[in-house]
Design a binder for this molecule. Structure first.
Ligand code: UD1
Ligand code: CA
Length: 448
């Protein structure tokens, strides 16, 4: 296959009203330009080239390895393509041009467009679709069923504005013919820009074969120019992602109020309740229940896990763990099988071995807790002295009484018992009882 792609992403995106470059706005967690680059890399092109300009450094931070050319001044989409002339001049094949602001395009669509272009032997093939309200898009003007040009909204007459077939901003061009036609475009239009779309009428006039490839699903070609369109794109993408999960056997109680990013993997019979927010490189196993306003980011979760109204970040959760309501797992926490953490429990950079329970109001930071140990309500690992962090180690089958301060660095031995309300500053040997609190005083009839 002799195909290269050019992705236009140099524009200011004025209508987006944002400090962030338009193409870096995310759709279901993925920056639009990254999404389109990912799609392009699946269609068998030999090179994907970005056209960058406005705030290019920020885009390069997201796509550090991408090939690109710079458009110093944003003088229009045609001008943008001309910047890639050097990259194309010795190339005898197809150039697919796409915009960085159409992230909903599917791999199959681009493949079908390319195949159609090759089969018809056209010089140029335009991806098009039908919109009931085509405002803002270039209109496909035809004569006797043949494309004769694309007219932009700004230049459109009343008759042309009534045309519902629009330009998706995706094209296949014969590389050589594209460069020849680009020589001829000018900026004599309402916007004073060099329009790529003018290449179409130039090709038609010089007798070249121009085809339109009509796409049924107009959702796919949505161009994101504003925050309203960004919301539409997120909503379409969310439906797509959620439908795929349901088809794979995941149960979504209310898919419209469930937000799952593209990168998330979930196994069958897991139930996701409304208000869940699943992000990043999260993997969730089978038969889990994710309830209420739970946010999970970059976590690895086993099977039969139940999580309610909690926040989980960069952690590993093994089978049959129960979490919440209102728990917080901070990065590098590892909850092994059958661990339970309950209300208002925060865990950071700690390992809880099999069967550990910390039911209420607890902070475990920089700690390891042995198998089946019970952590009473209000236990705190005092891991920070204002400058440095210290470790707490608790052996298996230990029992930490309620409202205990474990002042790290500290070791609590296997099967040890710490009395409620203690401040523990010295290591506790295995099987021992440690109590550190003032003795209770009773004064009879004091109130009389
Ligand atoms: C463009 C098309 C329109 C089509 C629509 C589809 C033109 C003239 N118009 O309009 O026919 O229906 O896309 O979504 O092509 N860009 C540059 N350099 C520039 C200007 C733009 O790289 O000088 C990039 C932008 O970053 C963007 C893309 O080109 O990713 C499209 O530009 P945009 O201004 O959004 O074009 P539309 O007005 O949407
Ligand atoms: Ca656009």
């Amino acid at each position: 296959m002799s195909l290269k792609t050019l992705i236009l992403a140099a524009g200011k995106g004025t209508r987006m009203k944002s400090e962030l470059p338009k193409v870096l706005h995310k759709v279901c967690g993925v920056p639009m330009v990254q999404k389109i680059v990912n799609t392009c890399s699946k269609i068998g092109s030999i090179e994907n080239i970005l056209i960058l300009g406005h705030k290019k450094e920020e885009i390069l931070k997201v796509l550090p390895d991408i090939k690109y050319v710079v458009q110093e001044e944003q003088l229009g989409t045609g001008h943008a393509v001309i910047q890639a002339k050097e990259k194309l001049k010795d190339f005898d094949g197809t150039v697919m041009i796409l915009c960085g602001d159409t992230p909903l395009l599917r791999e199959e669509t681009l493949k079908n467009l390319y195949n159609y272009h090759i089969e018809t032997g056209a010089t140029t093939t335009i991806l098009t679709s039908i919109y009931e309200n085509p405002f803002g898009y270039g209109r496909i003007v035809k004569e006797n069923g043949k494309v004769i040009g694309i007219v932009e909204e700004k230049e459109a007459t009343k008759e042309i504005k009534a045309i519902k077939e629009v330009n998706a901003g995706v094209y296949c061009f014969n590389s050589k013919e594209l460069l020849i036609a680009l020589e001829k475009i000018d900026n004599n239009n309402e916007k004073g820009e060099y329009y790529l779309t003018d290449v179409i009428s130039i090709n038609v006039k010089s007798g070249k074969k121009v085809e339109a490839f009509l796409l049924e699903d107009n959702n796919e070609i949505l161009g994101i120019n504003s925050k309203v369109e960004l919301e539409q794109a997120n909503s379409i993408m969310r439906d797509r992602i959620n439908l795929a999960h349901m088809e794979n056997g995941v149960i979504l109680i209310d898919q419209k109020s469930t937000y799952i990013e593209e990168s998330v993997e979930i196994e069958q019979d897991t139930i996701i309740y409304p208000g869940a927010l699943l992000q990043g490189n999260t993997k969730i196993g089978k038969n889990c229940e994710i309830l209420g306003n739970t946010r999970i980011i970059d976590c690895l979760i086993g099977n039969n896990v139940k999580i309610e109204s909690s926040v989980l970040e960069e952690s590993t959760i093994e089978d049959k763990v129960t979490i919440g309501p209102f728990a917080h797992l901070r990065p590098k926490s590892h909850l092994k099988e059958e661990v339970h953490i309950g209300n208002f429990v925060e865990v950071k950079k700690s390992t809880l071995e099999k069967g550990v329970k910390a039911g209420h109001l607890t902070y475990l930071g920089d700690a390891t807790v042995g198998e089946k140990t019970n952590i009473g309500a209000g236990t705190i690992t005092c891991n920070y002295d204002g400058k440095n962090k210290f470790k707490t180690t608790i052996g298996k089958n230990a029992f930490i009484g309620s409202d205990t301060m474990l002042v790290a660095p500290i070791n609590i031995g296997e099967n040890a018992l710490v009395g409620a309300g203690s401040v523990i500053t010295k290591d506790v040997p295995e099987n021992a009882l440690a109590v550190s609190r003032s003795k209770q005083v009773i004064k009879f009839d004091w109130r009389k």
